[in-house]
Structures are given as C-alpha cells and as structure tokens.
Design a protein around this ligand. Structure first.
Ligand code: HEC
Length: 128
C-alpha cells in the first residue's frame, strides 16, 4: 500500500509540475488525475493508452487541417485522380514522404507522437 501511495504521489507531482506550464490550476489537475490513481490501486495494472489510433482518428486529429480543405495543394482524402498520380511513385515512397515531410507537407503531418504504423493507417485512409 505504501508503495502504491508513493507511486501516486510521484504521478501527481509530475502532472502538477507539467500543468504549471499550461496554466491549469492545481485543483483541476488533482481532479483530473484522481481517477488514474484509483485505477492503479484497483487493478494493480498500469493505465495503458488505448491501442493504436485508426487511420481515420489520426486523419481527424492531425491531417484534416490541410488535407480536409486541400490547403496549399494537400490532396484530399478519396481524391482518386490525385492519389493515383502520387501512388505511381509506389505506396512506400508516398508513406515515406508523409513520415519525413515533402514540400508543404510537414514531417509526420504534425503528429509528432504518431507511430509509423499509425501514419501508415492515416495514409491508407487518405488514398482509399
Ligand atoms: C500543414 C498542412 C499539412 C498537414 C497538417 C498534413 N499535410 Fe500531408 N500534405 C500537405 C501538402 C501541402 C501536401 C502536398 C505536397 C506536395 O505534393 O508538394 C501533402 C502531401 C501528403 C502526402 C502525399 C505525399 C506524396 O509523396 O505525394 C501524404 C501521403 C500526406 N500528405 C499525408 C499526410 C498525413 C498522413 C497527415 C496527418 C498525419 C498529413 N499529411 C498532414 C500538407 C499537410
């Protein structure tokens, strides 16, 4: 029990230290992290993020800003004529360009915490 409390205190301290950066009040943070602490005690398992995001989730979170409207010439999802041209380079090249960046296309489409697999799913969503 002591160990669990220690872990929670550490977790809380860490979150509060970070929250100070984005101007959240300590109460807000305490409220927000409380359920996490309870999960830790209850299940004995660490809280794991819910699996990889789907291509559509990644698209909606990170890519839609440009690819939704076609801003700066970003090809829209399902624009088959446009994607067919690009896929002429091979899917792997197109994916690699999405990962490393390509002209107006920023590296990882601004999703810095997306895994390569999540980016692949997002590209598959765009081209289909
Ligand atoms: C800041 C705007 C912006 C965001 C955000 C963005 N893109 Fe792009 N993307 C572009 C533009 C502009 C192009 C066209 C670049 C060109 O052909 O010169 C492009 C092109 C692409 C291409 C084609 C690459 C090729 O080889 O032809 C892929 C694939 C792609 N984006 C995937 C994504 C994915 C996946 C995301 C989200 C994780 C994303 N983009 C987010 C602007 C953006």
């Amino acid at each position: 029990m002591k160990k669990a409390l220690f872990a929670i205190t550490l977790l809380a301290g860490f979150s509060i230290a970070h929250a100070a950066d984005d101007g959240q009040s300590r109460e807000d943070v305490a409220k927000r992290i409380k359920p996490v602490g309870q999960v830790h005690i209850g299940s004995g398992k660490p809280a794991v993020p819910a699996g990889p995001r789907s291509g559509e989730d990644v698209f909606k979170a990170s890519c839609i800003a440009c690819h939704g409207s076609g801003a700066m010439g970003a090809p829209k999802p399902g624009d088959s004529a446009e994607w067919e041209k690009r896929l002429g380079k091979g899917f792997d090249t197109v994916l690699q360009n999405a990962i490393t960046g390509f002209n107006g296309m920023p590296a990882r489409g601004t999703c810095a915490n997306c895994s390569d697999d999540e980016l692949k799913a997002a590209v598959e969503f765009l081209v289909k």
